[in-house]
Ligand binder design. Sequence first.
Ligand code: TSX
Ligand code: MN
Length: 595
Amino acid sequence: MSHSSSEPSTRNEHLAQWVKEMAALCKPDNVVWLDGSEEERKRLTEQAVAEGILLELDQKKLPGCYYHRSNANDVARVEHLTFICTPTKDEAGPTNNWMDPKEAYQKLGGMFDGAMKGRTMYVVPYMMGPSGSAMTKVGIELTDSIYVALNMRIMTRMGQAALDMLGTTNDFNRGLHSTLDVNPDRRFICHFPQDNTIWSIGSGYGGNVLLGKKCLALRIGSYLGRQEGWLAEHMLILGVESPEGEMTYVAAAFPSACGKTNFAMMIPPKRFAGWKIWTVGDDIAWMRVGADGRLWAINPENGYFGVAPGTSMKSNPNAMQTILKDTIFTNTALTADKGDVWWEGKDGPVPAELIDWKGQPWTSKSTEKAAHPNSRFTAPARNNPALSRYVDDPNGVPISAIIFGGRRATTVPLVLQSFNWGHGIYMGATLGSETTAAATGKVGVVRRDPMAMLPFCGYNMGDYFQHWLRMQHKLELPPKIFMVNWFRQDEAGKFVWPGFGENMRVLKWIVDRARGRTGALESVVGWVPRSGDLDLSGLDISTEQVEKATGVDYRQWKTELESQKEFFAQFGERLPKSLNLWRELLLARLNGLGL
Ligand code: TSX
Ligand code: MN
């Protein structure tokens, strides 16, 4: 094995030994340790461009921006090929795929054997979390993909600083990734929570291969969080600043296609002049109980891996600003001059001619989409004009409210506050989105996605609910818990709430409730704003429409509560009893109304 640019830049024997073993297995032509320097970024980028992995975009218009196309069979996370490899199937639970760890190591080990022949193995040291934070975890990803190395550089705090933080300890996540031949039949994403290890093979795409994100920060993180008494959650974190300078932090979980990144970067409407939303994170929150008895959150990431289609000056001006430099675009469309990118829902007229995400010529008459619906931007957090000044604070930010949001055409009102912590956990556990026709052909079927963690919980979800419930006893000042729904529709299928920046009106009520200074009405299923509690001034919306957005329809809720039973049943004895008792209590209260 020849070493090219660098010998192990570590005196950590655990790390040196593991890299040696993995290199002996994968047999790369050389092993390159990355330090995270600017010189290194230039060198890797030039090499990626020379090899056709990246295409340089117009550097005057989009400095530091590049374009990448993944294999057409490799454009999204693969849940059916994602496994939790715990000693017993019961530990993984009914909502995860499980593989015996021994079998998984053997099966994937066979595929990794010689997988990097003729290739380079990059050693990518990274931190999830700010340097020097007690919450931060160190990971090392070994990968044969230069695209992965460059994306990890944006998404995490990568390089020498991570090795410095690791020191000589053995406390690091061991991530191994090979693109292999991008064959879906030889594609597996395996997590070994007990070994703090992730093996990913056969994919070159996003969530499957940027191992710090979904694999470490959520699946392994949730497992460690339960062991160590903290929470790893699929949540954005934002700060709401009032004109008086009062700052309130909120964490929010939404299933996919609810506009989580848009909410994390929201700009308040004119009526809220002087109010400001600061982004701490757009996807993941790690939360622990502070010495003051409050819940404190950090964003373990350092960038945004956002869905491009639908991102525009209307839906997210801060994101549009963020992706103007030092950004990698994956599977969007390319303009005809190959200097810029395009996607469905971008501002301005649809270009007459483009090159689509597969590299084929596209015209505005084409029936196919130009950008893949799951096409992405990878952009540094530092580009965000609304970036919170506390993103690098080792203590994180104190959370006053937790929001669970779904995409529901009916039933769930614009906003609902839980009666207490346990009821809030029940709200999170029953979170769901209604399927759209495009996804399944069936409209109006609720797909449950508890805490938006269904694909990301690294252990039995029954135990996960229990862990959430237990957190209450460590929290002297627990955040208040809310449910929101921006997506309610009228009989004609029209959205009744304007959403986007106008969600500030809901957020203000949430902040005031969390601080105990505004009123609410007790409905059977939770606290709701009284008419007049939501500040709707300057909003062109009829009283009738507001009622449609905020109303609680008890008949719909009866159906809802009955439908939750089946979902809960799959967890058997592992489901905390109190969750099903909440369901029964609310149903009994509804039945008591004599409807
Ligand atoms: O992101 C969204 N948010 C949150 C923003 C902070 N979206 C986009 C979701 C797809 C990822 C929304 N879409 C939101 C929303 O609050 N609401 C809606 C539904 C909606 C769409 C269009 C209009 C109103 C509501 N009206 C007009 O376009 C005129
Ligand atoms: Mn996510």
